[in-house]
Ligand binder design. Structure first.
Ligand code: BGP
Length: 462
């Protein structure tokens, strides 16, 4: 049967993970503590069912069989992150040789299976000592990160060609400094802006270091969670609210990291409210010189926005919601098992925006996925029948396909995630994998979607 949706040759089929979420072995072989290990030790009850990151899906020990499973389901690429606290305990100083050996083993195994490694340098996991120095609020930590990045390029650059400076850099800003769902649980807009700004500087420094090394066929980019902003109506107040939400949540990182420029309207708003970060001379040029060459797009759900119904208290502290309210569009399609909206066309809208406004940068879907609570309820004959996930992926792929037909430079699709894993405060609440994982026995079982994606990746379409 002819395929209706065929993807370009060498399309990247795969999945994404992160160190803290899959490795486990949190205190093995000299790994240092990161903020998650620490926060969990202090406040275990803030994590779903009191479960912390110490075990997770144990990839540290099972990587070999897991990579075989990736091969079995047709992956030709795979994203993992390198834990800063594992590689350089404390964040500065000597490399932990056992950690370096572990990442070499993972990379070698991927290459032996013809799976291209996509290495990410930071996925929410600040080493504890670096946080104690001020985390991303501190310029010293930015410099330590650049040294860590350089170490990674030096150690693994001969084997890994695709590199990413950050995953979703806005999330530690929102979680750690605005809405209290990541350590250090600060709620302070001005500090949040400083953290965001320094993350962008850290990205630029890592890119600069990377370019100096000139890794053969090497590319460096970043991974952003882009949430297209849709206004409730076309009236000017709703349109403005939506534009400002887009500025805060998307363009704040997208513009400096891809275009090398901070959006003027955003800078003007921050200036008006006395919220500009501290900047050093030369920063602007640094950011301009060191833009991403490759962009990972994490897309889960859109952001629907309306104009504010009540004016904010002018004497209260400045907050994002001075400018817009979120809007629950009637009739929107929801993921009933996670509570997020499903809007497949968002993928297309993001890609068209990148094509038209961001130089059609080489990009791919670096995360997309459907979280499901209590997924065991869909178990039949020993397998989770996740037809909902198959529909979810297929419908997003159709829109991605259309974007490619219309000239977008989208090169691949990675699901979040390869197997069920631990997720920040949600711990094991939402399951995302192609494989289910029994956390007690570490047994993996392919879900129905694993069989489906095998066919899709082998046929390069459906
Ligand atoms: C993304 C993160 C991932 C993962 C995913 C699912 O934002 O990059 O690390 O956690 O969200 O999130 P959750 O498990 O909270 O549903």
């Amino acid at each position: 049967m002819a395929l209706q949706y065929t993807f370009p040759e060498d399309f990247w089929w795969g999945s994404a993970t992160s160190a803290t979420q899959i490795e486990g072995a949190a205190s093995e072989d000299g790994k240092g503590l990161n903020i998650w290990d620490y926060w969990y030790s202090k406040e275990p009850n803030r994590f779903f069912n009191g479960v912390g990151p110490e075990t997770t899906s144990d990839f540290y020990h099972t990587y070999k069989e897991d990579i075989q499973r990736m091969k079995d389901i047709g992956h030709n690429s795979f994203r993992f992150s390198i834990s800063w606290a594992r590689l350089i305990p404390g964040g500065e100083g000597d490399v932990n040789e056992e950690a370096a050996a572990f990442y070499h083993r993972v990379i070698d195994e991927l290459l032996a299976q013809d799976i291209e490694p996509f290495a990410n340098l930071f996925h929410f996991d600040m080493p504890l000592e670096m946080q104690e120095k001020g985390g991303w609020e501190s310029r010293e930590v930015v410099d330590a990160y650049a040294v860590f990045a350089e170490k990674c390029f030096e150690l693994f650059g001969e084997k890994v060609q695709k590199w990413f400076t950050f995953n979703e850099p806005i999330v530690p800003v929102e979680g750690g400094y605005l809405y209290d769902f990541h350590y250090p649980n600060v709620v302070d807009f001005k500090r949040a802006v400083q953290v965001a700004y320094h993350t962008i500087i850290a990205h630029a420094k890592a890119v600069e270091v990377f370019k100096k090394r000139s890794i053969p066929n090497g590319k460096i980019g970043t991974i952003l969670n882009l949430t297209p902003s849709y206004p409730r109506s076309q009236n000017p107040a709703d349109l403005r609210a939506s534009r400002i939400a887009d500025l805060f949540f998307n363009r704040s990182f997208l513009d400096p990291m891809v275009k090398g420029e901070f959006p003027e309207e955003l800078t003007a708003i921050l200036r008006e409210h006395g919220q500009l970060p501290e900047m050093l001379e030369g920063d602007k040029e640094l950011v301009k010189r060191n833009t991403a060459e490759l962009l990972g797009v994490n897309y889960y759900q859109p952001r629907r926005v309306k104009a504010k119904e009540h004016l904010p208290n002018p004497y209260g502290p400045f907050m994002l919601d001075w400018y817009f309210d979120l809007y629950e569009m009637p009739g929107r399609k929801m993921n009933p098992y996670r509570g997020w909206e499903i809007y497949e066309k968002g993928v297309y809208d993001i890609m068209i925006n990148l094509r038209d406004n961001y130089g059609n940068i080489e990009s791919f879907i670096s995360e997309n996925g459907m979280g499901v609570q209590d997924e065991e309820r869909f178990m039949e004959n020993g397998q989770i029948q996740d037809d909902y996930r198959i529909d979810f992926i297929r419908e997003h792929l159709k829109w991605l396909h259309r974007a490619i037909q219309e000239g977008c430079n989208a090169k691949g699709y990675h699901l979040w995630s390869f197997m069920d894993n631990w997720s920040w405060m949600n711990a094991y609440k939402n399951r995302y994998g192609f494989f289910s994982v029994n956390i007690e026995t570490q047994e993996r079982t392919p879900k129905k979607s694993a069989g489906w994606i095998t066919e899709v990746s082998k046929n390069n379409g459906f």
